[in-house]
Design a protein. Structure first.
Length: 151
């Protein structure tokens, strides 16, 4: 059963405008049209749109995606090239994940630091090394503005 552009927008979370734009940009040359000229999307088209979204969301440019789509349309003679594209994107995503983990570690440190600063009533009483985010946060009680909590 073919899907309309509105149904595809609902299923993919992409707007109808974005889907039309992707088609104009050559990212979806496989979309069929009915005799009235309306786009008709298949389940396979939805799967490919999901792949386009994945590639875009992982940092691939529209030009690179367009190249990938062109290679796909050429068929099996481009399998090795497409495999290499996926391997390169896989490595790019691994680098993004590593960088995101480093950012998260720094944010975790800052949350601990500012929690301690709030507890002490001042940043001046708190020390630590955000370049070594796993290291302890130290509160210098002599610089504390708020009294330490006792349990």
């Amino acid at each position: 059963m073919p899907y309309s552009i509105g149904q595809v927008a609902d299923k993919t979370g992409l707007s109808a405008f974005t889907l039309r734009y992707y088609e104009r940009e050559g990212l979806m040359p496989f979309i069929k049209r009915n005799p009235s000229g309306r786009r008709e999307f298949s389940d396979a088209d939805l799967d490919f749109i999901d792949l386009i979204t994945c590639l875009k969301d992982t940092g691939m440019s529209l030009a690179e995606i367009r190249n990938f789509v062109s290679l796909t349309m050429q068929g099996d003679s481009t399998l090795e090239t497409r495999l290499n594209i996926f391997k390169q994107q896989q490595q790019a995503v691994r680098r993004q994940i590593e960088q995101a983990n480093q950012h998260l570690a720094k944010l975790d440190y800052k949350v601990r630091f500012f929690t301690a600063a709030c507890d002490a009533g001042t940043e001046a009483a708190v020390s630590g090394n955000c370049e070594l985010p796993g290291q302890p946060i130290i509160i210098d009680n002599s610089l504390r503005i708020k009294k330490a909590h006792t349990n």
